[in-house]
Design a protein around this ligand. Structure first.
Ligand SMILES: [Zn+2]
Length: 205
């Protein structure tokens, strides 16, 4: 993911990235309901934007999960995505199924994404150099862990491995038909309608 898109995360504001994550999460919900053939692609888009949301704020996803779930102390810092999925599955799969399974997990992902957007939308009013910066960073890091926690939970309900699914989807580079780059050379317009973001309207196409 970093090889393809890592160099371009800084081009976007964190609000633009989380806004895009909210849209892709909405599209995932739609695919789960009526386009099951598009689920792996939609799911991979969500993971890609969630990675971008972490990277834009210089947050290591593994580190955020480690702080949130503190699974096996120091060992969990070095977990791969597949290891995290197994560990979280063991802990939460049963209760997630009881709470409603796939629909419960996707609703929670949507909820967490919207919550993250609320946090980053407020960042403009906060000076990251003052004493609030650590609190903001910690709160955002917690949101990133929540987002990935629900992405793993959805993988679990779909019976797929997040790491394998996303690696397969992006194995030939950027998926935009006019780019296909490793690294991606997409102009911003491929992903973000800046007029819409500036107008602060949240109309999902
Ligand atoms: Zn591209």
């Amino acid at each position: 993911m970093y090889t393809i898109y890592g160099h371009s995360y800084h081009k976007y504001s964190v609000v633009e990235i989380v806004d895009r994550l909210l849209i892709t999460t909405g599209r995932l919900c739609r695919s789960l309901r009526k386009e099951p053939e598009n689920v792996p692609a939609r799911f991979s888009h969500c993971v890609a934007w969630a990675f971008a949301a972490a990277s834009n704020f210089k947050i290591d996803v593994g580190d955020s999960l480690h702080h949130k779930y503190w699974v096996q102390k120091k060992e969990s810092r070095r977990f791969s995505a597949s290891q995290w999925q197994k560990v979280l599955s063991k802990r939460f799969k049963g209760s997630n199924i009881k709470a409603g399974g796939l629909y419960f997990c996707t609703t929670r992902l949507f909820e967490e994404t919207a919550e993250t957007l609320e946090i980053v939308s407020a960042l403009g009013e906060i000076d990251l150099d003052d004493s609030n910066s650590e609190a903001v960073y910690l709160s955002y890091r917690g949101e990133i862990a929540d987002l990935f926690g629900w992405l793993f939970a959805i993988s679990d309900m779909l019976d797929i491995d997040l790491e394998a699914t996303v690696s397969e989807y992006y194995k030939n580079g950027c998926r935009h038909q006019d780019c296909k780059g490793i690294p991606c050379t997409c102009p911003l317009e491929h992903y973000i309608d800046r007029k819409r973001v500036r107008a602060d309207t949240m109309v999902i196409p």
